[in-house]
Write a protein that binds this ligand. Structure first.
Ligand SMILES: C[S@@+](CC[C@H](N)C(=O)[O-])C[C@H]1O[C@@H](n2cnc3c(N)ncnc32)[C@H](O)[C@@H]1O
Length: 224
């Protein structure tokens, strides 16, 4: 590794740690994704044509860099990041990425404002297990609704979070929203070890598939 790359990596770690200290529940991680996990996440980005790719929660840009490497000329890479410091830093370092400072809960509006109505790949780096079940389902539904028919969605989870309630509800939401939700092998070279979900073929939107928490939140009622 060259000295310049090493310094850039240290800077990225420092910036990530600062963001985690500012708001630990929003970051939900101790370090940026490793190159191996990032490559798995970016593997669904089409390498030909002029694809539109949306990245959720790019953080310090570990996965963004791999998406940018793979994206063909003429492709479009939009990244939605809620932390304004991280967003500004990413935009400065990667001028070709359309960085949007915003909350993924507003995904449809943020994309519509930029004329995006269909996307070829969605790459998610969000701390899903920290979101409540209603938000998990609602955000996944929005991703499914905007994906092109042959599009794909990838995201990851840390192996140790498996038994947590948030991780379990996220798995159920994935299965409710996508016909295919494939789980990758564990990526041990990541801190902490993680695995990926590779999802295709969104199910048509259906209130039947919506968990009770999400339905109750939408209607303003509590859950019995
Ligand atoms: C676990 S970090 C992942 C960062 C990066 N993708 C990586 O793999 O190294 C989660 C990222 O999601 C962002 N995030 C959390 N909640 C968000 C939300 N509601 N909307 C947009 N970004 C969010 C955090 O600020 C953070 O950058």
């Amino acid at each position: 590794m060259t000295r310049a790359l090493c310094v850039a990596g240290m800077r990225e770690h420092r910036s990530f740690l600062r963001a985690a200290v500012r708001n630990p529940r929003r970051i939900g991680a101790i370090a940026p994704s490793s190159r191996r996990l990032s490559a798995l996440m970016a593997s669904v980005v089409p390498a030909t044509g002029r694809p539109v790719v949306v990245e959720l929660g790019p953080g310090t840009g570990a996965v963004s860099a791999l998406i940018a490497e793979r994206l063909p000329a003429g492709g479009r890479h939009l990244a939605v990041e809620v932390d304004p410091h991280l967003a500004a830093d990413l935009a400065r370092r990667h001028p070709t990425i359309e960085v949007i400072t915003g909350d993924v809960r507003d995904l449809d509006r943020l994309l519509a404002e930029r004329g995006v109505t269909s996307v070829d790949a969605v790459v998610g780096g969000l701390p899903w297990s920290l979101f409540d079940a209603a938000d998990q389902h609602r955000i996944l539904r929005r991703i499914a609704d905007i994906l092109a028919p042959d599009g794909a969605f990838t995201t990851f989870a840390y192996t140790h979070t498996g038994p947590m309630r948030g991780a379990r509800s996220f798995r159920s939401a994935l299965e409710a929203v996508f016909e295919e939700a494939q789980i990758s092998r564990t990526v041990w070279r990541n801190a902490p070890p993680a695995f990926g979900y590779i999802c295709r073929r969104p199910r048509p939107g259906s209130p039947v598939a919506e968990p009770r928490a999400a339905a109750a939140a939408r209607s303003g009622r509590g859950i019995a």
